[in-house]
Structure formats: C-alpha cells, structure tokens
Write a protein that binds this ligand. Structure first.
Ligand SMILES: Nc1nc2c(ncn2[C@@H]2O[C@H](COP(=O)(O)OP(=O)(O)OP(=O)(O)O)[C@@H](O)[C@H]2O)c(=O)[nH]1
Ligand SMILES: [Mg+2]
Length: 243
C-alpha cells in the first residue's frame, strides 16, 4: 500500500529554496509533440482550475509573476516550463499545467486537453514527481482521484498540497489533511498505486508548508539526477479523465 507521509510543517521563519529561486521561464508547449526534448527531470503541478498551481510555483520560487496566476479560472491555457539550476545546464523543470474541471471551457477544447493531460501523465519519461494541488476547503474531488488512476501504472511519486490553508483555522486544517490522507490511502489501495504519496497543507499568503514542499521538489530532482531516466513510462494507453 502506498505510504501517506505527513510532511506538513509550520515555519515561523521561512527558508526558501535557493534552487527554486533560480527559476526562469523556459518554454511553452501546447501539445504532446512540442514538449521540450531535454531529458531534464520534471516536476509537474496539476489540479483543478483555480486550485492555486501558478500561485504555488510563484511562492515556492519567490517570484511574483513567474507563472501567471489569476482570479479568473482557466487562465493557464498552455503548459509552461520553468527551469531551475545552472543556466547552461538546468537541473530540473517545473511544469505549470492548465487546470481541469472548469465548466466554462468549450467541450472540444476540454476533451483535447484531457487527452493531452492523460497522455502526459502516463507517458512523459522525464516526469519524476507530480504535485497535485487541491483547495483545502474542498479537499480531493472525484476528478482529482480519477487523475491518480492514470498515474498508477506510471508509478510517479505524488505529493499533495492542500492549498489556501490560510482560509481554515488550525483545527479545520488538521481535519482537512487527515480526511484527504484517509481518502488517498483508500484510493491508492483500490487503484493499486505503488508510488510513494505524501500530503501537506500549503498557503501562499502565510507561506505555510513552503519548506516541506521545496524539500520534496529538491529531493526528487536530486534523486533523478543520480538515476538515469527511463525511456518512457510503461503505462497502458489511458482514457482521458472526465471533467
Ligand atoms: N488566500 C489564498 N489564495 C490563494 C492561494 N493560492 C492561490 N490563491 C488564489 O487563488 C486564485 C487562483 O490561483 P491560481 O494560482 O491562478 O490557480 P491555478 O490553479 O493556476 O488556476 P488555473 O491556471 O486556472 O488552472 C488566485 O486568485 C490566487 O490569488 C493561497 O494559498 N491562499
Ligand atoms: Mg494557473
């Protein structure tokens, strides 16, 4: 069974990651056939529209407008890659994926995006870690859990950020984290997920969980540098998630 670790931590004096602070825009892609072919390990940020993916990237990287965050859901339309590490030879890419579950997107666009997302998650060889973001007040929804089903065969380590934790008091936050942990453990067992899973609370306004999330990213990029990347994930062709 997957191990649901507790990596949440409240840090009065936040230590930001110098590696993540080095982040800069790398490239934008719109389809599977124009993804960058660098072999550099990737950590992807995925989740419902408005969950706080772009904001989390900006916060972790201590940059105001690296990724485009907006009050209007569905603003991130393309896949934006940000490079970290040495300029000539990046040690990792952070990937800001467009959100799912946003009702006001045209059906054809939605289906196209869902196919892409399923394919990216199942087949993207450089993907060494997935960060799933969900609003702590909503918790994990069916669509978030169905996404994990695509990931199951690819066996990519998963880290969940329950975002906007500043909107909950301490007790509500702890309850939300425990409930999401239970939900994940059950789902992981049902889906046969073998990759490690961890979960924490996160707030971009209070910097809750910044250190733990930064460490998770750094350690997965570092591990990937020591181990050669596989040719491709060996997952069966996925069917797209429903939105
Ligand atoms: N209070 C609070 N608001 C947040 C936090 N994180 C994000 N937000 C707000 O939530 C809204 C959506 O944030 P984004 O980062 O654009 O969300 P996204 O997941 O990238 O959305 P899409 O690109 O549409 O998929 C913005 O108004 C953010 O300011 C947080 O930790 N606390
Ligand atoms: Mg976004």
């Amino acid at each position: 069974m997957a191990n649901i670790g507790n990596s949440s931590r409240s840090a009065p004096a936040v230590r930001f990651s110098p590696l993540l602070h080095s982040a800069r825009f790398f490239v934008t892609s719109s389809a599977m056939d124009n993804l960058p072919d660098t072999g550099v390990p990737e950590i992807a940020f995925v989740g419902r529209s408005n969950a706080g993916k772009s904001t989390a990237i900006n916060t972790l990287c201590q940059q105001r407008q690296l990724a485009f965050a907006s009050k209007t859901p569905g603003r991130t339309q393309h896949i934006n890659f940000f490079a970290v590490g040495p300029r000539q030879r990046p040690s990792g890419l952070l990937v800001d994926l467009p959100g799912y579950g946003y009702a006001a997107v045209a059906k054809a666009d939605k289906q196209r995006w869902q196919r892409f997302l399923a394919q990216y998650l199942a087949e993207r060889a450089p993907l060494v870690g997935l960060i799933l973001l969900a609003d702590a007040r909503l918790g994990l929804t069916d669509i978030d859990l169905s996404l994990l089903d695509f990931m199951a065969p690819a066996s990519v380590p998963l880290h969940v950020l329950l975002t906007k934790a500043d909107k909950l008091n301490r007790q509500q936050g702890q309850r939300a984290a425990q409930s999401a942990r239970d939900q994940l453990a059950q789902h992981a067992q049902r889906a046969g997920m073998t990759a490690p899973i961890s979960l924490q609370l996160f707030s971009a306004t209070r910097f809750t969980g910044v250190e733990a999330a930064s460490q998770w990213i750094e350690s997965h990029l570092a591990q990937a540098q020591q181990a050669p990347l596989p040719d491709a994930h060996t997952a069966a062709a996925p069917s797209p998630p429903h939105a």
